[in-house]
Design a protein around this ligand. Structure first.
Ligand code: IPD
Ligand code: CA
Ligand code: CA
Ligand code: CA
Length: 265
């Protein structure tokens, strides 16, 4: 399948999955917890992941899937074609708000991001990017990010990061909150990366993200010139969870050097 056919195939699968998610609002959703009381998962997260995997295994038997809910393959390296899938990113929003969540998908070949998709299910907004082919918000091509400054930036960040924590110097975080134009906390890493790529926020910072949270968004971010790294400025490893900062290139260095000082670099 060439890249255009693959893109059409993926979009139609994502739209179908979105349809299933919207339909799930009509029946009871069963909510469970995972690592702790606020780490939610539902039958819909699991069913949507299984829906994708069924199709991928049937139509691309040599590809592997790295999915949050564990129905995919046991991924220890990224050789070949790997689909990194978060069936619902923002499960807490899905359960409590029935909006502000997304399907997130990144397709990597030998560790290189080739295609990225983030689908805002309730608004029927699809963001996508193809390596070297640009990033799009529905049919609209996204422009390379304009230069900005810290005092004119809106930063997406989980509020937990503003509390004392083991990763960053607390005084520096408080300074960041003072110095920027505004802070936002949307509760879906994938949507926040789509907002970064479309210039609605200028950076997204998180203390801990998993590969499937960011795989699709990383392809998108790169296409518009955004820069992503760990808090210490190192490259993102898509096999493990780690700290994460993705930003407009004109503020990424300053964010890391002047505000995000890792306590344990
Ligand atoms: C979560 C969301 C949230 C982020 C968490 C993620 P999930 O994903 O992206 O915004 O702060 O770290 O785990 O569990 O809802 O797929
Ligand atoms: Ca989860
Ligand atoms: Ca997620
Ligand atoms: Ca999820």
């Amino acid at each position: 399948m060439d890249q255009h056919a693959m893109d059409r195939y993926i979009k139609s699968m994502i739209k179908e999955a979105g349809h299933r998610i919207r339909n799930s609002f009509l029946s009871d959703i069963s909510v469970d917890t995972k690592a702790h009381a606020n780490d939610l998962v539902t039958n819909v997260d699991k069913e949507v992941e299984q829906f994708f995997i069924r199709h991928i295994r049937e139509d691309f038997p040599t590809h592997r899937v790295f999915g949050e809910e564990g129905f995919g393959d046991n991924i220890e390296e990224l050789s070949g074609t790997v689909w990194l899938l978060d069936p619902i990113d923002g499960t807490m929003n899905f359960v409590h708000q029935r909006r502000n969540f997304a399907i997130s998908l990144g397709i990597y070949e030998d560790g290189v991001g080739k295609m990225g998709y983030i689908y805002d299910v309730v608004n029927d907004d699809l963001y996508h990017a193809i390596e070297g082919g640009g990033a799009y918000y529905n049919d609209e091509r996204l422009m390379p990010l304009f230069e900005t400054a810290i005092n004119e930036s809106i930063i997406g960040m989980n509020a937990m990061w503003a509390t004392p924590n083991r990763f960053v110097d607390h005084e520096a975080t408080i300074r960041l909150v003072h110095d920027v134009r505004g802070m936002r906390s949307y509760g879906s890493a994938a949507l926040e990366l789509a907002y970064l790529a479309s210039g609605r926020i200028d950076a997204y910072i998180s203390m801990r993200l998993a590969p499937w949270d960011i795989a699709g968004g990383m392809v998108m971010a790169k296409e518009v010139g955004a820069v992503a790294s760990t808090f210490s400025g190192g490259p993102i490893n898509l096999l493990e969870s780690d700290t994460f900062v993705a930003a407009n290139p004109s503020i990424h260095g300053k964010l890391i050097n002047e505000y995000i000082k890792p306590k344990h670099p």
